[in-house]
Design a protein around this ligand. Sequence first.
Ligand SMILES: [Zn+2]
Ligand SMILES: [Zn+2]
Length: 207
Amino acid sequence: MIVNSERTIALTCPACQGIQQHRFSLFSISQKSLQLTCDCGFSQGHLRRLNKHFELDVLSIEGDRARILLPRRQFFGMPLIHLLSPISGQGLGYLGDPASVEEIILTGPAELFLESNDFANPTVMRDILTTLEDLAARDKIRCECDHSSIGIDVYFDQVELVCAYCGSVVKIGASTRQHQERIARVDEIVMEPCTSLFLGEWLKPLT
Ligand SMILES: [Zn+2]
Ligand SMILES: [Zn+2]
């Protein structure tokens, strides 16, 4: 049996509120600690080997320090761990094999954000996230680069599909009825490698 040594830890960043993914190999972490720095420059904390455990020491979204000790066996064996702050019980992020983490990030937000008032138009946002979730579930969101690996970033009035491999981004407006109707007409989202586009621009050649 082949053990996949690649793992991803995805943490919500207290500075930019984005979900930052950090990919690493289990072998590298045995040797030196992994500094978890968000793309925005904020240092979220670190992950390191501590005897028979792995220690995760990070800042939660509220900026509280959370320290979690994960037994080695759990760390190696579980496909997906939902990381919770031992103090507040709030979700910090996910740890697991890259595909599982990717999937929960892509499909999770619809639930995670349902009760949030942080949106320009929560009804439209919810609808658009559900549509994207359906597309993802049917394998209809992908990037044309060599290692399509799509994550989703949710903002106040828009959603961004981001390819973790090549950095390609598709921005989708998510605040008006027009946005909602536009995405409802989409059958498939195929991202061009290494580009940043609005869904509207991207649709132009097709309509
Ligand atoms: Zn950040
Ligand atoms: Zn890509």
